[in-house]
Design a protein around this ligand. Structure first.
Ligand code: ADP
Ligand code: ADP
Ligand code: ZN
Length: 215
């Protein structure tokens, strides 16, 4: 199954995508994680992406699409995947569709995790991430067992550079302008499902599994 996670930055896409990946044994493909891994390793791609990420802007479609298509061409994606943070623009969605079509394939489901803007800044300012395994926590809502340390791998948790309030506001406006139109795009294709992302993490996941199991 090929699933796309939609929603504002901080809506909980990554958190839910990980849980979906575990339950349904699908790879979790996050373009943001790929860019951050490259940033950490100091690759050319990482350097290019950083210019945009730091400003809260989107990395250009051309670059992003290439990375994503490379990733989903890997063997582990043969039976499907959960895309988290891609597509973020209509052109990205169109390329994905046309590439899948060539293979006689298509996206099965787009899940919109809906959270109002008012809740987002609070979520983002409390977000802490493990750069080693990609796990995400929240200081207040989803704290790690030991403060500042990843439950899974014991690495120190960090606050992302782009989770500062000003950058978050910029990312939200970019979301409304460039990414929200995808909700219409997938509605027209008849594959969009919306879940209430303000609920507790486990309740959001229960709603999501109900949607997936109905496909
Ligand atoms: P969040 O999980 O908060 O929505 P991500 O980790 O998905 O953030 O993305 C972080 C940043 O990486 C984005 O602000 C953007 O600069 C870049 N990025 C990630 N995915 C894409 C994409 N599909 N298209 C363009 N830029 C992207
Ligand atoms: P996204 O990938 O959409 O940017 P994340 O999954 O990283 O969002 O979640 C953003 C922040 O909100 C993280 O700190 C995460 O731990 C927290 N979070 C995720 N889901 C919930 C929820 N249902 N209720 C409260 N906080 C949540
Ligand atoms: Zn970790």
């Amino acid at each position: 199954m090929k699933i796309i996670m939609l929603g504002a930055p901080g809506a909980g896409k990554g958190t839910q995508a990980k849980m979906i990946a575990d339950k349904y044994s699908l790879p979790h493909v996050s373009t943001g994680d790929i860019f951050r891994a490259n940033l950490k390793e100091g690759t050319e791609l990482g350097k290019k992406a950083k210019e945009y990420m730091d400003k809260g802007a989107l990395v250009p479609d051309e670059l992003t699409v290439e990375i994503l298509l490379d990733r989903v061409a890997k063997d582990d994606c043969k039976n499907g995947y959960v895309l988290d943070g891609f597509p973020r623009t209509i052109p990205q969605a169109e390329v994905l569709d046309s590439e899948l079509k060539k293979l006689g394939d298509a996206v099965d489901l787009a899940i919109d995790v809906e959270v109002p803007d008012e809740n987002i800044v609070r979520r983002m300012s409390g977000r802490r991430a493990c750069l080693k395994c990609g796990a995400t926590y929240h200081v207040e809502y989803i704290p790690p067992k030991k403060e500042g340390i990843c439950d899974d791998c014991g690495e120190p948790l960090v606050q992302r550079d782009d989770d500062k309030e000003e950058t978050v506001k910029k990312r939200l406006s970019v979301y409304h302008e460039q990414t929200q139109p995808l909700i219409d795009y997938y509605t027209k294709k008849g594959i969009l499902k919306t879940v209430d992302g303000t609920k507790d993490m486990k309740d959001v996941f229960a709603d999501i599994t109900a949607v997936i199991d109905a496909v």
